[in-house]
Design a protein around this ligand. Sequence first.
Ligand code: KG4
Ligand code: ZN
Length: 334
Amino acid sequence: MKDVYILAIESSCDETSASIVKNGCEEIGTVVLSQMDTHANYGGVVPEIASRMHIENITLVLDELLIKSKLTMDDITAFAVTYGPGLIGSLLVGLEAAKTLSYVYNKPLIPVHHIAGHIYANNLVKKMQFPLIALVVSGGHTELVYMKEDYSFEKIGGTLDDAVGEAYDKVARVLGLPYPGGPEIDKIAGLGNDSYQLPLPLNDDTYNFSFSGIKSAVINLVHNEKQRGNEIRVNDLALSFQNRVVSILTKKTLKALRQYNVNNLIVAGGVAANKYLRSSLEKMCQENNINLVIPDLKYCTDNATMIAASAYYAYKLGRRADLTLNAKAVDELK
Ligand code: KG4
Ligand code: ZN
């Protein structure tokens, strides 16, 4: 088969990114322009600001990508874009750019689900082996997905309320840490002792997760201690929170691997950058003879490389969109 070069765009949240990937696994070039510093002033992503910044940045990102990749649009086989889930205004900017490119250059347009992108970031590290369980942990998602082959996604469990990254960010805020809080908690937890009593969240027999209870427990604890004039041991609380979260993620992932008789685990999403989660999963996989793949840090947070990697398999399956493709704030992985 002729080499397939896919140019993908990702703009679902606060990163404007474009990337070209060859045959679903060879990164030719990527540009990621993060708006994080701007949103940090507000303690979280402001959707209106995010979409305006995507508009300002999208053509700059695409121009830089072509220079960096030393390719022209003639070399591109197809365009791909994240159509959802995400912030609607942000998604629309990437979507319109991709539709325009597809129309002007008369090449196919491939719609990609953001979580399929996170999952396929793993193919950039090592060809995914099936069947597998994917643990998806990001700012918007916490899901366990069973895949028996490429592009077959069976969601076996997910969060009933907050996503794990969202809980990290909210707990970090109450601890007075800057946005995004996940990496900050990760940093300081290593300096603490697990000395606060916090519950193991939704410790039941399902594959579902719930993080709003533990998040509220931390928020209440901080408020109560402040009212009593007691000082919060921030590092200790960060570690106590992180330990419970990582333990339940590890426990339910192992249960899924056993129940589905699978010995391949991949991890996806921004929270996969978490050092403690990585080492806990590594230990669990070593003890249970499971092959574990976790993407490099730069592929864990939002980027268009993962969207292009994922789009290659969608392309091979014949998935195409036309110019009526719309953005979806919420959409099941399929
Ligand atoms: O996948 P992502 O870049 O965006 C979404 O699709 O949501 O994930 C962002 C989330 C944020 O909540 C951020 O705090 C969290 O990933 N995150 C981390 C770490 N790095 C990023 N959470 C815990 N530990 C980290 N090292
Ligand atoms: Zn993401």
